[in-house]
Design a protein around this ligand. Structure first.
Ligand code: GDP
Ligand code: MG
Length: 296
């Protein structure tokens, strides 16, 4: 008799290696936001993969990073370490052909949690010819006793089935931990705030201060059935407010439009967004403000 398998699988590693892209690709839904900018993910996000014989609870984590100066950085590293500590299995994500001090630190933290670790070498679509991966993977194998090393491309979807098979085989025999039709642990209101933050980050890729956060103030249903969302974009210095708003409000309008279109598509409802930009000095250094904004 075969037993049902289930467990928490943390996706961990330094910022920008593609952990969130991988979570979305494995789950088949956009649950975690993705931008070219490091430190985009601030929260733990669970995405569930439901299989006939298994339930995988993937946990996306903020990137483990060095030189954390602010309360926000410390909270992000803490959230990532906690998720690794509580996992049944850890996926250590690296970027093909790259190895940095932050990868080293991240692997150290992950190894010290004492769980089995699968290394995923992501972004292999960038490697030509593919043979260039072999010495990189051999070197990686000397850094830790990984259960497996799996090269993938999260954006192209290459080799994800193999990865899933290796993961399922490493899960403990256990009953499902979540309902069999559940997709994520996060509420719609969290997903709405995150999509707004993603569009903001993409729009301000050059000049974006790290100190922006999005808070949903209210969600109401309008007479025509649209969901009316009012959200505050918090910036941590007064000088950043005009940057986010843009000339004659044009930039804020673009952010709102991009977020609305994606939310309509992702959540299958029609949205109406009202965005406010407000200043809360140094919120990223303020533990109470962080808690209010849901950064654990
Ligand atoms: N070429 C390529 N880019 C990728 C791949 N996976 C992620 N990226 C890009 O890497 C950047 C960081 O991705 P993200 O998922 O936010 O990384 P995270 O910080 O580890 O969560 C984004 O610009 C992604 O589009 C991949 O398989 N191939
Ligand atoms: Mg991420």
């Amino acid at each position: 008799m075969t037993h049902f398998r289930s467990g928490f699988v943390a996706l961990a590693g330094r910022p920008n290696v593609g952990k969130s892209t991988l979570l979305n690709a494995l789950v088949g839904h956009k649950l975690s936001i993705v931008t070219p900018r490091p430190q985009t993910t601030r929260h733990r996000v669970i995405g569930l993969v439901q299989l006939p014989g298994a339930q995988i609870a993937f946990v996306d984590t903020p990137g483990l990073h060095l030189g954390p100066k602010r309360a926000l950085n410390r909270a992000m590293n803490r959230a990532a370490s906690a998720a690794v500590g509580e996992a049944d299995l850890v996926i250590f994500v690296v970027e093909a052909l790259k190895w940095t001090d932050e990868d080293e630190m991240a692997l150290g933290r992950i190894a010290s949690a004492g769980h089995e670790v699968i290394a995923v070498v992501n972004k292999v679509d960038r490697v030509r010819p593919r043979e260039r991966l072999l010495p990189y993977m051999e070197k990686l194998a000397t850094r830790h006793t990984f259960r497996a090393i799996v090269p993938v491309s999260a954006t192209k979807g290459d080799n994800l089935e193999d990865l899933q098979r290796v993961i399922v085989a490493a899960l403990p025999a256990a009953e499902a931990m979540f309902p069999l039709d559940q997709l994520t642990d996060r509420s719609d209101s969290f997903r709405i705030a995150e999509i707004i933050r993603e569009k903001l980050t993409l729009e301000l890729v050059e000049e974006l201060p790290y100190g922006v956060a999005v808070e949903i103030e209210q969600i109401a249903v309008e007479e025509d059935g649209r969901k009316a969302v009012s959200a505050v974009i918090w910036v941590d210095r007064a000088g950043q407010k005009p940057i986010v708003i843009g000339a004659a409000g044009a930039r804020l309008k673009r952010i709102g439009r991009a977020a609305r279109l994606e939310l309509n598509r992702l959540l299958g409802e029609r949205f109406h967004l009202t965005l406010w930009v407000k200043v809360r000095e140094d919120w990223a250094d303020d533990a109470r403000a962080l808690q209010q904004l849901g950064v654990e």
